[in-house]
Structure formats: C-alpha cells, structure tokens
Design a protein around this ligand. Structure first.
Ligand SMILES: *[C@@H]1O[C@H](CO)[C@@H](O)[C@H](O)[C@H]1NC(C)=O
Ligand SMILES: *[C@@H]1O[C@H](CO)[C@@H](O)[C@H](O)[C@H]1NC(C)=O
Length: 515
C-alpha cells in the first residue's frame, strides 16, 4: 500500500532549509529548476512584513525566481518630480474591496499520479512538498477527474458493465485506490486547508447515445432513467471516496458539456444548456440533497467550460430558480480566452450570486519542447490576474505532472505542466510556470480580499492586481510582459507615493503591513 509506505517517509522530520534553484536551460528562452535525489530548491517567503518596511519578490525571464528584497519605507525613492516624461501611475484604493479568495491548485489526473509515483519515495516527497508544503506552492485546491480524463492511459468509467442499472459493479479504478487517494490524503496532511473538487469527463459508454466514452449524450432526457442513474453514479462516487478517507468539498456538474455536442477526440458527454439545467433541477440536485450532499455539504459548480459558451449556458440555468438553488459557483476554463474581452464576459454573471472560479488551464504541446519557456509563465500570470480583476476567486492548473512527452494521454492530447517528470533520469523539472504561480498561491491565502486599483497613462504589457490578506498585509502583484524596464508611480501603497522600476519580462510582488 503506497500510502502506508509513503506515510513513513512523510513522518520523518522535515528540515527544510531554503535551497537555490539548480538551473538548466533547454531550447526555450528561460530555464527550469532541476530536482533530483540530492537537491531541490525551496521557496523561502516571509509573508508578513515588519511595520515600516516593504518586502519585494521578483521573478524574471533572465535570472530571478522569487528573489527577496526588503526596503525601509523611508528609503523609497520619491522621484515623481524627476519623472515628468513618465506619467504611468497606479492607484490602490484599500477602501474599495471586492471578492475573497477560495484557493489555488492543480488537477490529480491519472497521468499526474502515475508520473509522480514513477519517482523514488524521496522525490515523491519532495514533489508533494513542492506543491502542498509550507516551502512549496501551498496549494489548497485539488481537482479530481471522476474516472478517466484525456490525461489517462486508457478510456474507462467506474462502471463499464453494460446495463448495470443498480450500479452494483461500480468500483474505483486502481488509479484511484493505489495512487490518487494516497496522494490526496498526503496533500491534506501537508496542508490542512487542502480541499478537493471532482469533475467527470464522460458517463459510462452504455448510458450514452454513441455507446462510446467519446461524444454523445445520455440516452433519453433529464428526469428519465439514464439521467437519474448518472446522478446516482456521482453520489456513489462521493460516498466511495469518503469511505477511503477523502471528503470532497466540491463537484462540477460535468467537464466541458458543449464539447460533447461539438465532437472532441477525448472523453466527453454533451449537454445543451437546457439539458444541463434540467439535469441539475430534476436529477443531480435532488439526488445530492437526498444523499446528504446538499448545498451545505458540497459546493456545486456549473459550466466547467470555456468562457465563450458562458453566454449560451449560464442565463438558461441561473434564471431558473429551481435549478439555481442547487448552484454555488460558476467554473470556467481558459482555453478560448481573449484578453481582455473574455474576462468582461465572466464577470457579467456575478449578479446571480454564484462565485466565479477557474477550474482548468494548461499550455498545450510536447512538454520537453517547452522546458523553461517564460512565455508560458506569463500566460498563467496574465490569466490569473485578469480573472482576479473580474471577480474570480481562484485558479486551477491542469495535470500536476506530465512526463517529458506531455502524457500519458490515450487521446494523444499532449500537454505541458508546471512540473515535468523524467522517470528515466529520476529527476523532475520545475518550469517558470511554477514560480509564476508562487507569486499568487503563496501570497493570497484563502479569504484574501481583492482591492480595487486603477491606472493612468498605462503602458501596454503591464498588468496588476492587489489584495489584502486575512492578517492585514497589502499585496500588490505586477506583471511586466514588455521587453523593457518600466517605471511606474504607485499611490495608496505606502504613506507616500513612490516610483518603482519593473524589470523586463518580470513578475513583482510588493508587500506592506497595514496597521
Ligand atoms: C449535511 O450533512 C449532515 C450530516 O452528514 C446532514 O445531517 C445534513 O442534512 C446535510 N445537509 C444537506 C444540506 O444535505
Ligand atoms: C530524461 O532523462 C534521460 C536519461 O538521463 C535523458 O537522456 C533525457 O535527455 C532527459 N530528458 C530531458 C527532457 O531532460
């Protein structure tokens, strides 16, 4: 039993001193940090700042990964009068508060847990600390595919016995019992605030019009036998995981319902907006409630698809009070995003009272061809910032780990990841995305509140977001995608306006204690 084996490894006292990145450059424009049995870098972040000081953390394309600088407020250069040519100003309004953070994390795909398990116990431990530990990203969110996703070695459901109308052959896969559940329990051990949500890619083939894991709809219509059975399948799943010591915090209604209607080369189940509404209203909502997984015990999120289909789906579901009463959140993916229009779309739905949450994001392609790419880190940072500026409450990465090909994937849907595992060499690589994520995950704990900011004479390529943490630290996160240094004047951060210089292609966090 891998969990018991690992438990002994994890219980050994963990003395984590801050270690530096072991840099390696491949063909991309920046570098990865290599972790092997002997060495792995850790993140040394001081999240509270002494009064009178500002803490600055910088990462950039060229050399830095969360480099710390502490500056006394009195030494901030007030260069406003000398900067007449530069009128780029950022104003922070700590009195204007918006949404609170729910969390950040990644997905425990089959591929991810198999890749992690292909490492030695020592490296498994180091990787799990890198994601969930105090000196890692401190992820507090995990997404869990119900059965296979595209990041699996094969397509399967948890009940592939045809016409099993009592679900008596329902059983977790080896991927669940041997790998995923132990890793979920370890994540919870490393971070007590960790919570997981589940998403299904497809129903069993025998419940579907295509009789395949790919595409198609459930046979019949909502309220009928197959829809009821599909709802019972979810209940059975939640209860079985609970029996194995994992209590789910949340559930999405279905991964990517429009994809199954369009046709996709991976596992999907199509539902129209009306079908999804009626499934929630007639089948899923009542079944969850009857089984003790009602609103108070499980966070149900709808959509779980790209922003471009939100206009089509959300009003249909949320304008129906009998469906909407089961819904707590709206989950969205990044795939068809266009800055800034997409984000304007997502925030239009906030009036319905459901929170917004990013449930999936990932860069496509063969992972080894992108090792060390800074542009992918920028894409993550921009998506997170833009989402947070538009009422999003958190963000979920796709597979926690891929192999060097970007797999496994039965659907040949190769993808990049924050951590890439090389089992042959018994090492793994932390991409620039890992450090971009750290600028958010480590600084914005659950309950941090979004603070409004505005800019004057903004430079293209510079993005920002500000939060106040539960312990009253003001955190400003700045992304510079420009190839040049950029000066900007900041008002409302310290007691005096001051000017700061952002490095080219960089991410900077600035922290100050509010009294
Ligand atoms: C939540 O769970 C508790 C006990 O497990 C149960 O008594 C309660 O009815 C559940 N609430 C809902 C809304 O399902
Ligand atoms: C993975 O390890 C093998 C064996 O050491 C090596 O040949 C290969 O180049 C490594 N792959 C990458 C992407 O570093």
């Amino acid at each position: 039993m891998i969990f018991l084996q690992l438990l002994t490894v994890f219980l050994v006292l963990n003395i984590s001193l801050a270690n530096d990145c072991v840099k390696r450059t491949y063909t991309a424009d920046s570098f990865v940090c290599v972790c092997d049995a002997d060495k792995c870098d850790t993140l040394d972040i001081q999240k509270t700042v002494q009064p009178g000081y500002i803490a600055i953390y910088d990462s950039d394309q060229k050399s830095d990964r969360l480099e710390k600088t502490i500056v006394p407020v009195g030494q901030l250069k007030n260069r406003i009068d000398r900067m007449m040519h530069n009128k780029f100003t950022l104003n922070i309004n700590v009195k204007h508060l918006n949404q609170k953070i729910l969390g950040f994390g990644g997905c425990f795909t089959d591929g991810a847990v198999l890749n992690i398990a292909s490492l030695s116990n020592g490296l498994v431990k180091s990787l799990m600390y890198d994601y969930f530990g105090e000196n890692g990203l401190e992820y507090n969110i995990g997404r869990v595919p119900v059965g296979a996703s595209d990041s699996s070695t094969h397509a399967y459901s948890l009940d592939d016995t045809p016409f099993d109308f009592t679900l008596s052959h329902f059983a977790l896969a080896e991927e669940d019992t041997k790998y995923r559940i132990p890793f979920l329990r370890i994540a919870k051990m490393l971070n007590p605030e960790f919570r997981a949500f589940a998403s299904a890619w497809s129903a069993p083939a025998w419940m579907k019009t295509t009789l395949s894991f790919k595409n198609g709809e459930l046979i019949g219509k909502p309220g009928d036998v197959y829809y009821k059975l599909w709802a019972q399948y979810y209940v059975k799943y939640l209860n079985t995981y609970l029996d194995h010591g994992v209590k789910f915090w949340g559930l999405t209604t279905l991964n990517n319902p429009p994809a199954g209607l369009r046709g996709a080369p991976w596992g999907t189940l199509g539902m129209t907006p009306e079908q999804l509404r009626d499934f929630v209203k007639l089948d899923l909502g009542p079944a969850l409630k009857a089984a003790g997984w009602g609103r108070d015990n499980l966070t149900l999120m709808i959509h779980d698809a790209g922003a471009s289909s939100m206009d089509e789906y959300l009003p249909v579901i949320l304008n129906d009070p009998e469906a909407a009463k089961y819904v707590k959140g709206i989950a969205y993916h990044w795939y068809d995003r266009k800055y800034p229009w997409t984000y304007g779309t997502i925030s239009r739905f906030i009036g319905y009272g459901a929170f917004l949450f990013s449930s999936e994001a990932g860069n496509e392609g063969v992972a080894s061809e992108h090792l060390g790419g800074w542009g992918r880190a920028e894409a993550y940072a921009l998506d997170i910032i833009a989402g947070l500026q538009h009422w999003s409450t958190g963000w979920t990465d796709w597979a926690l780990a891929v192999d060097t090909a970007g797999g496994p994937s039965w659907a040949e849907s190769w993808i990049d990841a924050t951590i890439v595992v090389n089992a042959t060499a018994q090492e793994y690589y932390k991409n620039p995305m890992y450090y971009a994520l750290a600028h958010f995950t480590k600084f914005l704990p659950i309950g941090s509140t979004h603070v409004e900011t505005s800019v004057e004479n903004a430079r293209r390529g510079v993005y920002r977001v500000a939060f106040i943490t539960p312990d009253n630290t003001l955190v400003l996160i700045l992304l510079n995608m420009d190839e040049y240094e950029i000066d900007l004047t900041i008002n409302g951060f310290a007691n005096v306006p001051f000017t700061t210089t952002l490095k080219p292609r960089s991410i900077r966090n600035m922290l100050i204690a509010l009294n």
